[in-house]
Write a protein that binds this ligand. Sequence first.
Ligand SMILES: Cc1cc2nc3c(=O)[nH]c(=O)nc-3n(C[C@H](O)[C@H](O)[C@H](O)COP(=O)(O)OP(=O)(O)OC[C@H]3O[C@@H](n4cnc5c(N)ncnc54)[C@H](O)[C@@H]3O)c2cc1C
Length: 448
Amino acid sequence: MSVLEADDNDSPAQTFTSEDGVPNARGRVLGGSSMIYIGIYSRADEDFYMNSGINWDMNVVNKSYEWVEETIVFQPNLTAWQSAMKEALLESGIGPDNGFSFDHINGAKIVGSTFDSMGTRHAAVELLNKAESKNLRVAIYATVERVIFSTNSSGLSAVGVVYRDSNGKSHHVQVRAKGEVILSAGAIGSTQLLLLSGVGPRQYLSSLNITVVDDQPFVGQFMYDNPRNGINFVPPFPLREWGSQVAGITKDFYIESLFGIIPFFSPLSPLLFPDPSPPVNFSVLSILEKISRTFSTGSLQLASPTDVKVSPIVRFNYFANPVDLANCVNAIRNIGVMLRTSAMDQYKFQDQLGKKYFKFVGRSLPDDLSDNESMETFCRKTLTTMWHFCGGSVVGKVVDENFKVVRINALRVVDGSTLTTSPGTNPQATLLMLGRYVGLKIQEERMS
Ligand SMILES: Cc1cc2nc3c(=O)[nH]c(=O)nc-3n(C[C@H](O)[C@H](O)[C@H](O)COP(=O)(O)OP(=O)(O)OC[C@H]3O[C@@H](n4cnc5c(N)ncnc54)[C@H](O)[C@@H]3O)c2cc1C
């Protein structure tokens, strides 16, 4: 099973490198990144509901999660490696053992997965089957180029979109009476579409000769991505499985593992092993950490003022805020403690003198885990991404708490671009919930 295929125009993944120099990727297929992702499903933590700028209706939040979970989420059968991971987490002090749970709570737990017991991927696209099909028309190979606006007595309104099909033919889609345009093109895609449509900072848009429809200074601001760091090692025996099933959660960071066979020539290898990869296909175990939420933020700018297919320029400013670096150091220190637990013993090689050791791929941990300077260097040198970037069109700045673009009628943004803060965990569960949540709220609005 491979996560990403080659990055050409037919690939389900569109790769990009942020200005921070970190290779990254996003889904370019119906179902978005859920079609290429690793499948970890975990609901947002408490902090998210408190600090996301939205007065959440928790009853609808829970109903929305359940709506997703009954269709595409499964309890994984723990592999031997993942059981050992959980033991190592507990031995290293990350407890209690919370068993299998969708909730992001402190301790060690088995996560939900969007892969079933046969290893088949389930994803956002399947949720379309739950729709009233007579009310739905789905266009695939359709690239939206911009939103169309009109001004009348009720002010500025979105009235449709222009999209181009795979033959290069342009199509105009008008919204119906009382309808609206909802952008769900992801943190990068929706923010890019707003800018290309003339919704953004006046001076910036004018400098690109884009007609300004509405001066919105915060479009493209507050982008963030949680840095990922960790270690990779080859086990002394071959592995057949692939995936990630266990998480160790603290307030500031969480730890999980990726395991399986990584084809060296897959575009996934530089994403996972920027520092440096061995030139063969290999089984590898990775113990990774991600800080729960980042205090460093960056921005997005257009690389082309006319062509939506050109990936924008994104900078996340990883570790610009010292708190992020300190959280990384603490998390890596915890991984160091995990490596010394008895649960990890069986994953070591043994030399002729009986000395046990890990066969690391790439950088190994500093010997002295208490030396802050070398731990910080480790964080900087092994920096990569978990692909959890969000922001760019955030609540309270670009959209209101009903996800409506401020000052513009009939235009919403509903995806990761709107999140003011990370869900504290892997974002997919929260974003799937968000789609359903806003859908139910729109229904409520229309009924009343
Ligand atoms: C390799 C990888 C592994 C990941 N693993 C996990 C994981 O295990 N667990 C987890 O919780 N999260 C994971 N994530 C993150 C998660 O998948 C994303 O956070 C989430 O999918 C973002 O959802 P979204 O709706 O904001 O955007 P996306 O999922 O990016 O969806 C945006 C959609 O809009 C489309 N689009 C963009 N621009 C246009 C346009 N101009 N016209 C038409 N369509 C357009 C795209 O093709 C895509 O279908 C992973 C991501 C990646 C890339």
